[in-house]
Ligand binder design. Structure first.
Ligand code: URA
Length: 432
């Protein structure tokens, strides 16, 4: 392992055999975390060629069982986000698409870096099981048209371990690591078609359009090698999505959105991603047609009913969905008031994500336990007018000292000026 780390550190490409040794040693426990962490940092700085990325994806994919969904009728779709702040789209989209009659087979992750993860969010619902066996996964898709599982010892176990290590070693932002992590999960789950929500902006792992296109192409190439239909939607992550950030807080906002009462930006993103999912599943011919189908499923209550069915099917307490006030709440709350008067011109979304982590919604170490009620509810978004002394956000945490620390710096995440700014569209580009 020392030799493999040294080679990568010095910018030399690794062979198939070397990459496979790293992944099998990781899964068997033969390679200790400190060597894996050093290898990840070497990859982070030196990168990987497209060939190495493909080999790494394959090695992670084959670290566990691949789910065979060929017994399920219809084109099965999956969706994945590269990671953002306040990104609760999976909890909305998966039941919405399933309600449209398209089976959804999804493997999600936990929080990563400053971004939240669907699996942590779903675990804020009491009893909810994210650790499905292959049989449970297939049977839920067959009976309910939807299943969401976390990586586990059966399915992509290598990603589970790499993901947890990347999270706490500041090695998330690397295209080869992001691509292999996402695509191995997508390929292991057996979906026929994949929509990638590639986030771009201050709250994303990708900061420029050029970088986004490079990462998007890498993911498209990987999916095509495995004969999957794929679309990459580059979407705006220059401000948090919706208003709520933090595990239970995001479940609440997802439920409101499924009931047709969601924020405009979140709704727009869900309808757009959902439209591409329906088109790939051959259930709609155009984005407009798909939008109206999805809107109708929200308006007639089918989407929220499917979400409740999904929660029940994975042993979650559905009373918490009927009465979202039953979801976990933090013991303390603190209001952040604006120091200035004017228009919100920018929200430093990376810092908002970090603030949410510091409040207890994310992990500082692999062993950290989450405060499910912790997080932030924004009261102002870009181009809103705010008066000095007016509420810009409310912070929640179980630990009063964390609350004091974050509230002392939170005001600096907002830039307030005398005029409104030009808004970046939610959907920046569609790659296929
Ligand atoms: N989501 C993943 O599953 N992996 C990454 O590396 C980033 C986002």
């Amino acid at each position: 392992m020392v030799e493999i780390i040294r080679k990568k550190r010095d910018g030399i490409s690794l062979t198939k055999d070397e990459i496979e040794k790293v992944i099998s040693g990781l899964v068997s426990g033969e390679i200790p975390d400190y060597q894996m962490a050093a290898w990840l940092m070497a990859v982070y700085f030196q990168g990987m060629t497209d060939e190495e990325t493909a080999i790494l994806t394959d090695a992670i994919l084959h670290s566990g069982t691949r789910i065979n969904l060929s017994s399920i009728q219809g084109i099965i779709v999956d969706k994945h986000s590269t990671g953002g702040v306040g990104d609760k789209t999976t909890m909305i989209l998966a039941p919405l698409i399933a309600a449209a009659g398209v089976p959804v087979a999804k493997m999600s992750g936990r929080g990563l870096g400053h971004t939240g993860g669907t699996i942590d969010k779903l675990e804020s619902i009491a009893g909810f099981s994210v650790d499905l066996t292959v049989d449970e996964f297939i049977s839920n898709i067959r009976s309910h048209g939807i299943a969401i599982s976390g990586q586990n010892e059966h399915i992509v176990p290598a990603d589970k371990k790499l993901y947890a290590l990347r999270d706490v070693t500041a090695t998330v932002h690397n295209h080869a690591l992001i691509t292999s992590s996402i695509m191995s999960k997508k390929l292991a789950c057996g979906a026929d078609a994949i929509v990638i929500d590639l986030k771009l902006g201050s709250g994303a792992f990708v900061a420029t359009l050029e970088e986004a296109r490079h990462l998007g192409q890498l993911m498209i190439n990987t999916a095509r090698r495995m004969h999957r239909k794929v679309r990459v939607i580059i979407s705006n992550m220059d401000q948090p999505l919706g208003y709520n950030i933090g595990n239970a807080l995001e479940v609440k906002e997802a439920v409101r959105t499924l009931q047709g009462k969601g924020p405009v930006d979140l709704m727009e993103l869900c309808l757009s991603l959902g439209a591409h999912m329906l088109i790939l599943a051959e259930k709609a011919d155009s984005v407009d047609e798909a939008h109206s189908t999805l809107q109708e499923l929200i308006d007639n209550g089918s989407a929220i009913e499917k979400f409740k069915e999904f929660v029940l099917s994975q042993k979650g307490d559905v009373h918490m969905i009927d009465q979202v006030d039953l979801l976990p709440k933090s013991a303390y709350a603190k209001e952040v008031l604006s120091s200035w008067t004017g228009y919100v011109q920018r929200i430093d979304t990376l810092e908002v994500g970090r603030a949410s982590m510091m409040l207890g919604a994310g992990r500082a170490t692999k062993e950290s336990t989450l405060d499910m009620g912790a997080g932030i509810v924004l009261n102002k978004k870009v181009n809103d007018y705010v008066q000095q002394g007016e509420l810009i956000a409310t912070l929640y945490a179980d630990d009063r000292s964390r609350l004091d620390r974050v509230s002392g710096i939170f005001n600096k995440t907002y830039n307030i000026g005398s005029s409104q700014v030009e808004e970046i569209p939610m959907i920046i580009e569609v790659m296929e």
